[in-house]
Design a protein around this ligand. Structure first.
Ligand code: GLA
Length: 379
């Protein structure tokens, strides 16, 4: 059994500072069950916060400095609030959060601490959103303002856009901030309304990491964002959320083929996500699984963000007993597949999928059987 992260970062803090930390904060990674590439189109998503987390053990400082050591990276995050400079690597997220909070006139106090993580990096499980939400909690716990998950998620996205340079949507930060135990969260990315949808306890959410990572993901991602905007402009709406299926079907040749396909994915995916949330509420896991499968096909054919390995993993998973549905999850191009699997079949499922995937790709997959956990907190 792995030692809990709380204990690991607590011990590391003690070794470094010679006393116990005053606070622990944590925030989870996420996996999206359905609703992919819909968030920046003002659409719907259905993610869960997963039991892979970032923890920070910390104590306040009397000055306006932050000193944060990561257990995984050599580089230290070290800065004062009135001297924030761009650099590179994980420390940009720390500066980005400090920068955006200051920009919105949150009064910041200094702190120092140790950070530990078991969220896989670069696999589409939102280690960076978990980092941002853990940091927001850290700044909050040494200060005297109120923590509001929705506001913090929006600020973190703004930091992503303006400090880090990634045009991400709101899903990752919002689920990391607001996750609910045992539930998926249906998020309306326009109004930010949240609705908890219980996960049936006869099933398990299984994450299958293809062990592939692609370069240039950020630029392809930003390109998709631009294509969606082009389609929304064409239909004369604020976002693709406002386009109806009939509109898409009646104008197949009015847009460049690629842009048309992007729009069709977003419009159909929004519909699938709402249907999937309904199916889950009824406990209809068979229907839910079918919608996951259809989502994958649409991401592969229309949105074109899948990869050979993701497709292989999905098809191997789909052939196994007890698997209701499987699809790529997150931005795509590499990373993870998510599958919904009958609880009693999980063990053979994991074993068989791992063997088969290795046989076909010569890559060793990582597998996480995950639970839905609560969002960012002070512990
Ligand atoms: C990344 C982004 C999210 C979302 C997904 C695709 O994870 O950070 O905002 O757009 O890709 O659904």
């Amino acid at each position: 059994m792995m030692e809990p992260l709380r204990k690991i970062v607590g011990n590391a803090f003690y070794d470094r500072f010679g006393e116990s930390p005053q606070f622990f904060v944590r925030a989870p990674g996420r996996v999206n069950l359905i609703g992919e590439h819909t968030d920046y189109n003002d659409g719907f998503v259905l993610p869960i916060a997963i039991d892979r987390e970032i923890w920070i053990a910390l104590r306040p400082r009397k000055d306006r400095r932050v000193l944060l050591t990561s257990m995984d990276y050599k580089e230290l995050a070290e800065f004062t609030f009135n001297d924030l400079r761009h650099g590179s690597g994980w420390t940009e997220y720390v500066k980005g959060i400090a920068w955006i909070l200051q920009k919105h006139e949150y009064r910041l106090n200094g702190w120092e601490g140790i950070l530990g993580s078991n969220v896989p990096v670069g696999g589409g499980l939102s280690s960076s959103a978990a980092l941002e939400m853990a940091l927001s909690r850290a700044f909050y716990v040494v200060s005297d303002w109120r923590w509001d998950g929705k506001i913090m998620a929006q600020l973190a996205r703004e930091a992503d856009h303006q400090w880090v340079g990634i045009k991400s949507g709101i899903m990752d930060q919002l689920i990391s901030a607001e996750g609910r135990v045992g539930h998926a969260l249906l998020i309306d990315c326009r109004t930010l309304a949240l609705e908890s949808v219980p996960l049936p306890d006869t099933t398990r959410v299984v994450i299958l990491d293809t062990a592939t990572r692609r370069g240039l993901v950020d630029s392809i991602y930003n390109q998709r964002v631009a294509e969606c905007k082009q389609a929304a402009d064409f239909f004369g709406v604020q976002a693709l959320r406002d386009v109806r299926m009939e509109q898409i079907e009646s104008r197949p040749h009015a847009l460049p083929e690629d842009v048309y396909r992007r729009a069709r994915h977003v419009v159909t995916e929004n519909a699938r996500t709402l249907q999937a949330a309904n199916a889950l509420r009824r406990g209809d896991v068979v229907q839910f699984g079918k919608l996951m499968d259809a989502s994958h096909v649409s991401l592969r054919e229309d949105y074109q963000v899948s990869s050979g390995e993701l497709d292989l993993m999905v098809s191997i998973a789909r052939e196994r007993k007890g698997c209701y549905g499987a699809r790529m999850t997150g931005a795509g191009f590499g990373g993870c597949v998510v599958a919904l699997v009958e609880k009693d079949e999980v063990e053979p499922f994991v074993e068989n999928v791992s063997i088969e995937y290795y046989k076909e790709s010569r890559l060793k997959p990582k597998v996480y059987i995950t639970e839905a956990v609560k969002g960012a907190s002070v512990e």
